[in-house]
Design a protein around this ligand. Structure first.
Ligand SMILES: NC(=O)c1ccc[n+]([C@@H]2O[C@H](COP(=O)([O-])OP(=O)(O)OC[C@H]3O[C@@H](n4cnc5c(N)ncnc54)[C@H](O)[C@@H]3O)[C@@H](O)[C@H]2O)c1
Length: 264
């Protein structure tokens, strides 16, 4: 299998902001060439510029794409393969509960249901579908999906911003998808794991903006409800991902790694 210098291409989805951007910085610091995918072109350009200014030698490619569309995903992976000639790491960070807050099942439209499942589950499935054949060529790959503590359900007013019912369902689906795919591809030298964050506040991004807009008392109540008494940092998530994509993690597959301050 050779050493890491033989395989240094990482694809990170959801990289326009938040956790995906922080994971991209971390993997760039570890010497990977980086492909950034997201719906939001402006955010992608911002992440790309930050990587280039911090790590001048790093090859970075940014592709704006809706990852719920199969043809678009197929094209994006063809483009990455043409540029880097290999994919060693895929981190499926894209997703979220959406921007429309829905708390009651009676208010949940089937359109919102489908959109949230598409953004989380379909995007993860499609990226794996087009990355795995490229990984199989080298008999090596590391895939990290993004679940959530919300897969176990949440009660009360705090937590997930958007439509939490399809969000919980989508993250539970990602757990099952991760465990099954891990078994299906293990003999090809590919590991598949998921990180399951609790409430994480990146330095910038949508979740940080929404949290900072809450009254101080609400912020304090949310922190107090977390057993660790605090929210997590994007660096703590990036460190978990860095382990799962390392060569040392070759016998770790099918794991759902909670990074949530003992919340789940
Ligand atoms: N931040 C947290 O507290 C937290 C907690 C648990 C799980 N998570 C999960 O971690 C991941 C990252 O969270 P974040 O806080 O950085 O969220 P975020 O909303 O800041 O970033 C998510 C990114 O995914 C992109 N995206 C969504 N749907 C897409 C699609 N169809 N095609 C392409 N891009 C798409 C968005 O444009 C956005 O840039 C998500 O999967 C989220 O569900 C986050």
């Amino acid at each position: 299998m050779g050493d890491l210098t033989d395989r240094r291409s990482a694809v990170i989805t959801g990289a326009a902001q938040g956790l995906g951007a922080e994971i991209a910085f971390r993997l760039a610091a570890e010497g990977f060439s980086i492909a950034l995918l997201d719906l939001q072109k402006e955010g992608l350009d911002h992440t790309k510029e930050k990587i280039e200014s911090r790590f001048g030698e790093t090859a970075v490619k940014a592709i704006p794409v809706d990852l719920s569309g199969e043809e678009l995903v197929a094209d994006a992976f063809r483009e990455i393969d043409a540029e880097f000639g290999r994919i060693d790491v895929l981190v499926n960070t894209a997703g979220g509960s959406g921007t429309v807050q829905v708390r009651d099942i009676e208010d949940l439209s089937s359109q919102t249901w489908r959109t949230v499942l598409d953004n989380n589950v379909t995007s993860t499935f499609l990226c794996c579908k087009y990355a795995v054949p490229i990984m199989r060529r080298n008999g090596y790959g590391r895939i990290v999906n993004f679940s959530s503590a919300v897969a176990h359900g949440l009660s009360g007013p705090s937590g997930t911003i958007g439509a939490r019912l399809p969000y919980a369902a989508s993250k539970a689906a990602i757990n099952g998808f991760t465990k099954q795919l891990a078994k299906d591809v293990t003999r090809s030298g590919i590991t598949v794991n998921a990180v399951s964050p609790g409430l994480i506040l990146p330095e910038e991004g949508r979740v940080r903006t929404v949290f900072d807009s809450l009254p101080d008392a609400d912020q304090a109540a949310i922190r107090a409800a977390i057993p660790a008494g605090r929210t997590g940092t994007a660096q703590e998530i990036a460190s978990a991902v860095a382990y799962l994509v390392s060569e040392d993690a070759g016998f770790t597959s099918g794991t759902i790694l909670s990074v949530d301050g003992a919340a789940s």
